[in-house]
Write a protein that binds this ligand. Structure first.
Ligand SMILES: *[C@@H]1O[C@H](CO)[C@@H](O)[C@H](O)[C@H]1NC(C)=O
Ligand SMILES: *[C@@H]1O[C@H](CO)[C@@H](O)[C@H](O)[C@H]1NC(C)=O
Ligand SMILES: *[C@@H]1O[C@H](CO)[C@@H](O)[C@H](O)[C@H]1NC(C)=O
Ligand SMILES: CC(=O)N[C@H]1CO[C@H](CO)[C@@H](O)[C@@H]1O
Length: 311
């Protein structure tokens, strides 16, 4: 119970802060107190899937297809996987794309503002939990597991971790459950889980506002992605029948058809398909469709039920 009250205190503080600062920051004293007691969980499982036993989404930000396709780091990754040449994001701006990728619908979200989606709305984690498939999110610079606000770089004040890029965080069906909040973790925990061989079977990875290209450029985002993934591609604690989707939340341009550069990577990609392209029509809803198909999860009857799966 003590833990619970700390968490509530942090939330109350965050919301109070919000009124003055438009949710850009949370006081470091409250963060330090909550961090000391925040519940963190790293459950594992080994449910065999049809095509893969682990699925990893990694999202970069706001880049038009041609610009991403021309980036040398992304080209280098693409040469090791399958480039999806007809993959569309769902909408603009960022947040509804993230929300839709785990819930099969934008759930009425149309902006990047702080939002909460009714507890009655389900997500992919309801389907994963029902089959005992372990999951976690890894959000770079989230100050502690389950933190519900935004967090700026404590030295520079720059945007760093943002709630709008955390797909599960807007769902009350996730945040009302402390055991679920405890699986929304940061990169410190990612490397701890990697080294301890306790990574889950489903994960969503969001780099910070520098590394995802949002506040920088596709050059930074591509170079981060290549640097992050290269050691993982040969680490057996990460790579064991693993399928990785590297994509962008949306295009920068609001007048294009929202085609985003997307690559499938990992040892679940057959060697014969490495360095190939695939022009099947996919969207962010294909992420859920792929996972649901692989583990026979059923679906939410939303965007996930009509989208094509990658495999
Ligand atoms: C990441 O989260 C863990 C668990 O809550 C926390 O102990 C750690 O301090 C966090 N790391 C950073 C860099 O904030
Ligand atoms: C984002 O993370 C990198 C390390 O991966 C760090 O160097 C950078 O300062 C972070 N960006 C911000 C705005 O804190
Ligand atoms: C690519 O395209 C074909 C349809 O031509 C599809 O059946 C196949 O499974 C697709 N997926 C991948 C990841 O190659
Ligand atoms: C081929 C196949 O359907 N494999 C597995 C998919 O996932 C379920 C778990 O939900 C397994 O029971 C299947 O064997």
């Amino acid at each position: 119970m003590q833990l619970h009250s700390f968490v509530i205190t942090a939330i109350a503080f965050t919301v109070a802060c919000n009124a003055q600062t438009q949710y850009t920051s949370t006081g470091s004293a409250a963060v330090a107190a909550a961090r000391a007691t925040a519940l963190t969980l790293s459950p594992t499982s080994s449910v065999q899937g049809k095509t893969f036993d682990r699925f990893v989404s990694i999202w970069l930000e706001n880049t038009d297809y041609d610009l991403a396709a021309g980036d040398p780091s992304l080209q280098s990754l693409a040469s090791q996987g399958i480039t999806l040449t007809n993959y569309l994001a769902i909408t603009h701006p960022s947040q509804p794309n993230y929300v839709a990728a785990v819930g099969g619908s934008t759930n009425g979200v149309t902006s990047d503002s702080f939002t909460r989606i009714s507890k009655s709305k389900k997500t992919i984690v309801d389907l994963l939990d029902a089959q005992g498939i372990s999951w976690s999110e890894y959000q770079e610079d989230l100050p502690y597991s389950g933190f519900e606000g935004n967090y700026v770089n404590q030295n520079t004040g720059a945007n760093d971790y943002v709630r709008k890029h955390n797909p599960l965080m807007s769902y009350d069906s996730v945040t009302s459950d402390l055991n679920r909040l405890a699986k929304i973790k940061n990169f410190t925990m990612f490397y701890q889980d990697l080294n301890a061989n306790t990574l889950p079977q489903w994960m969503f990875i969001t780099p910070n506002m520098t590394n995802d290209g949002h506040d920088t450029s596709v050059t930074t985002a591509g170079s981060w992605a290549k640097g992050f993934l290269t050691p993982l591609l040969s680490n057996s604690n990460f790579m064991s029948r693993t399928l990785i989707l590297l994509t962008f939340d949306e295009t920068e341009s609001y007048t294009s058809n929202n085609q985003v550069f997307s690559i499938l990577l990992g040892d679940a990609v057959p060697a014969s398909l490495q360095g190939t392209t695939n022009d099947t029509a996919y969207s962010h809803y294909s992420i859920m469709a792929t996972v649901e198909n692989n583990w026979s999860l059923g679906n939410l009857g939303l965007g996930d039920s009509t989208a094509s799966a990658f495999f």
